[in-house]
Design a protein around this ligand. Structure first.
Ligand code: 3HC
Length: 295
């Protein structure tokens, strides 16, 4: 399939990343079908998408007409058949568990048009293993966005062992049509490029606090002001979801070895369900404002 043939994009999963990816596709002019497992979740995702589009309008980055047109292009759905039939590209953004993702592909496979491309927003899992349960491993690749998708420029495009070159080229062109900059990941390896660098950084930051070497604020001020990153390591973990970083690390630990063992501080946050901005509390508290106070 050529990028010019793409008109309709299905986004499976309306969570933090799903609604952001749906927003990016709708802003780029595509008809978007945003799907989650029940009305409540998909409407919550749509509300967040609407909030984000409203922010862009408030800041003068979109006119009222452009904002309305983008929102009109998004349909919210629960039924899988309705979501994926007559769809050109299906972007999967469901929880980061191999079996959940593979169950979704098996269901989607029954209704998706034969020529439709499958892309997964997995943060680290093997593209080859994910594609295994589908009947179209050649039409399957990784398309990894960053949080928040509407603000982050990069998209990793990852080839599995059996991905066709044509699929990679079309998904790269789609990322460009979304206004993003694709980077090709040539080998299917845990964490790809960005998370292979970023998640160990978050883990080392956690070890510094765990080992009483520095406070959270001291670590964050160092990463933010001295290393020049836009957010401190703990702020960033709160932004992406501590659970997301933890699961990436856990997978890297399994596949790549002991150097990637998650710090207990991350584990304790996941167990306490203090996952960051999305739960109102993570390393910082978001109930009464923005949270992080960096010296
Ligand atoms: N949509 C619209 N507006 C948004 C928004 C969104 N999704 N998220 C935040 N905003 C708004 C805020 O509400 C705030 O609005 P206000 O001014 O009215 O209060 C405003 O944006 C803040 O924007 P600014 O440009 O003033 O702030 P920054 O310059 O700090 O930019 C940022 C924000 C782009 C998020 C920047 O801090 C940044 O780049 N952070 C790093 C993010 C990052 O590295 N992400 C990748 C993480 S790794 C990942 O996602 C992979 C995964 O697999 C783990």
């Amino acid at each position: 399939m050529n990028v010019d043939d793409i008109e309709t994009v299905a986004v499976l999963g309306a969570g933090n990343m799903g609604h952001g990816i749906a927003e990016v596709a709708a802003l780029a002019g595509y008809d978007v079908r945003l799907r989650d497992i029940n009305e409540e979740l998909v409407e919550k995702g749509y509300d967040q998408l609407e909030w984000s589009v409203g922010k862009l309008e408030e800041k003068g980055q979109l006119t009222e007409e452009e904002a309305e047109a983008a929102l009109d292009r998004v349909t919210t759905l629960v039924d899988v058949e309705e979501t994926v039939s007559n769809t050109d590209v299906i972007i999967e953004v469901v929880p980061e568990k191999m079996d959940i993702k593979q169950d979704v592909y098996q269901e989607v496979e029954q209704y998706a048009p034969e020529e439709a491309l499958f892309a997964t927003n997995t943060s680290s899992l093997s593209i080859t293993d994910l594609a295994e349960v589908t009947e179209r491993p050649g039409q399957f690749c990784g398309m990894h966005f960053f949080n928040p998708p509407v603000r982050m420029q990069l998209v990793e495009v990852i080839s599995g062992a059996h991905t066709d070159d044509e699929t990679i080229e079309t998904i790269e062109a789609l990322a460009e049509a979304f206004g993003k900059t694709p980077v090709r990941v040539r080998k299917d390896s845990p964490g790809f490029i960005v998370n292979r660098i970023l998640v160990p950084l978050m883990n080392e930051a956690a070890w510094l606090v765990e080992d009483d070497v520095a406070t959270m604020a001291e670590v964050d001020s160092t990463t933010k002001f001295d290393m020049g990153l836009p957010m401190g390591s703990f702020e960033l973990a709160d932004q992406v979801g501590i659970d997301v970083g933890y699961h990436v690390l856990d997978y890297m630990h399994d596949v790549l070895g002991e150097a990637y063992a998650p710090c207990p501080l991350l584990e304790s946050k996941v167990e306490a369900e203090e996952l960051g901005k999305k739960t109102g509390k993570g390393f910082y508290d978001y109930e009464d404002g923005d949270g992080a106070e960096i010296p």
